[in-house]
Design a protein around this ligand. Structure first.
Ligand SMILES: Cc1cc2nc3c(=O)[nH]c(=O)nc-3n(C[C@H](O)[C@H](O)[C@H](O)COP(=O)(O)O)c2cc1C
Length: 176
């Protein structure tokens, strides 16, 4: 069984990115378990002075979750043509340790126009030595309200796309 950690870069209650990672968890193919990380908003702001023996508990939980996972899936909005601070903060906590090194990762997208954030995230995660899978999944949920998001994510074609993307990611993980 592959354990995949799914992280949404949005803290919004009605987040389309969070809905997408939740739907991935519900559409995982046999052999994959997707767990949604929910600690992003509780992480303290990264400070290199707080590493090592000073590592905060919430940060230690994130590091453990990434370390234990066979792979990480990230779904992230774009803010002002960049990666939102909350997700960048979480990634910064993972820089000076082994958790991210060679860790398989896949990007999924809830907005078709988040092109600056996508490129930035690829650059950041490659710099951190994540092993980025070439496969990506995009389901356009931008601007949709929760009931519509739910019905789009329940469409058979989108459920199949989530299933297929996770299968491709599982194959990528197993090939490494
Ligand atoms: C502060 C802020 C800045 C944003 N900047 C951009 C942007 O530069 N480009 C873009 O495509 N969308 C931008 N958006 C729109 C969000 O990316 C979009 O609403 C996204 O769906 C939010 O994700 P969520 O539903 O998971 O919260 C911005 C939204 C906010 C709140």
């Amino acid at each position: 069984m592959l354990n995949i950690l799914a992280i949404s870069g949005s803290l919004r209650a009605a987040s389309t990115n969070s809905a997408l990672v939740a739907a991935l968890a519900h559409n995982a193919p046999p052999g994959c378990r997707v767990t949604v990380y929910d600690g992003l908003g509780r992480l303290p702001i990264f400070n290199p002075d707080d590493e090592g023996e000073h590592t905060p508990l919430e940060t230690a939980a994130l590091i453990d979750a990434v370390t234990q996972a066979d792979g990480v899936v990230v779904s992230c909005p774009e803010y002002a043509h960049g990666v939102p601070g909350g997700l960048k903060n979480a990634l910064d906590w993972l820089v000076s340790r082994d958790a991210a090194v060679a860790k398989p990762a896949m990007l999924v997208h809830a907005s078709p126009r988040s092109l600056f954030a996508r490129a930035a995230l690829v650059e950041i995660m490659r710099t951190m030595s994540f092993a980025l899978c070439d496969d990506v999944l995009e389901i356009a949920l931008l601007g949709k309200k929760p009931p519509e998001v739910e019905s789009i994510l329940a469409e058979p074609a989108n459920r199949q796309a989530m299933h297929d993307a996770l299968n491709a990611f599982a194959e990528f993980i197993r090939s490494r």
